[in-house]
Each structure stands twice: as C-alpha cells, then as structure tokens.
Design a protein around this ligand. Structure first.
Ligand code: SLL
Length: 157
C-alpha cells in the first residue's frame, strides 16, 4: 500500500462528557441502581463547525471504572457515545480505531469524567443552574504519510 510522501493529514475532534443530577422524584424508564445520583455521557465527536469524523473514525472502545458490571464498551458507529448512571468520578480510557486504509494503529486517550461543578464560582453557578456539567477537550489526530486510498477519502470530504 503506497503512501503519500511528506504529507500529513490532521483532524481535530472533541472528547467530552456531560453529567447531571438524577431527579429521584421522576420515574425513569429504566430503574436507577441503588446509590446512583448522577446521569452522565461520554463521547467522541466532531467539532460543531468541522467535518464529520465518520471518514476516519471507525470504532471507539470505552473502558469504564471496574465497578461497572461490563466496563468495556465498544461503539462501532456514530454517535460514539456511552450514557450511564453512577455516583463517582473516574478516568475513562478510550481506544480509537481508524479506517483500515489509514494504516494507522489504534490510539489511546483518557478523559476524566466530571460529575461535580468545577471552575470559577461563576462557572459553577452556570453549571448548577443548567444541571449540566460539561467537560470537553479538543484533540488532534495526525495521519503521517497516509495511504493513497485514505488520502483520497480524506481530501474528498
Ligand atoms: C470514587 N474513585 O470513589 C471513585 C470511584 C466509581 C464509579 C468511582 C457506579 C458503578 C456501578 C459508579 O459510579 N462507579 O455501580 O455500576 O469516587
């Protein structure tokens, strides 16, 4: 598989999480496990204004805290997201799998799941008022000397 020399294709993307307080007075569609106070989701997504990541991202494996019954969750199509309930913060480990024509091995990322408001007093108030704690980081993936096939896919976007 010939590669495109002296060429690098980079793509930005977002890894993030959102968390909210579960409301014990409403009846959820699925029962909330004992002791769980928060709902949360973790995701890998494109920038709001950016190109979709379907072209290069094929699979995300999320590894949750070992207190979860089935801590390893694999998502093979967008949205690359897990939604759960829980009580504690922890680091979520992720393995990103790329389009096979990219010739790139899976890459590791880690994201701290934040359940409690953080930042300045003002920021914390906004999060409390919205009942939503969002924590996102912008990441970049670089494909060095990609295969011709993959380069064509990426530049056709
Ligand atoms: C803490 N060090 O104590 C962390 C651990 C554990 C998170 C957080 C529920 C798992 C389940 C859950 O939220 N585990 O019961 O399915 O803060």
């Amino acid at each position: 598989n010939k590669r495109v020399k002296n060429t690098r294709v980079s793509r930005p993307f977002i890894i993030g999480s959102q968390a909210w307080n579960l409301d014990p007075t409403t009846t959820p569609t699925t029962p909330i496990p004992e002791g769980h106070t928060k709902g949360w989701r973790v995701y890998v997504k494109a920038l709001d204004s950016g190109p979709s990541l379907d072209t290069w991202l094929k699979k995300v494996q999320f590894k949750l805290h070992m207190t979860y019954a089935d801590p390893s969750r694999t998502i093979e199509a967008p949205p690359f997201q897990i939604q759960e309930t829980g009580y504690g913060e922890f680091d979520i480990e992720m393995r990103l799998y790329f389009d096979s024509s990219s010739g790139e091995k899976a890459q590791y990322r880690s994201h701290r799941l934040r359940l409690e408001p953080y930042g300045s007093e003002e920021q914390q108030k906004l999060q409390r008022d919205a009942n939503m704690v969002t924590s996102e980081t912008c990441e970049i993936v670089e494909f060095n000397e990609p295969s011709h096939e993959f380069f064509a896919k990426m530049t056709a976007e």
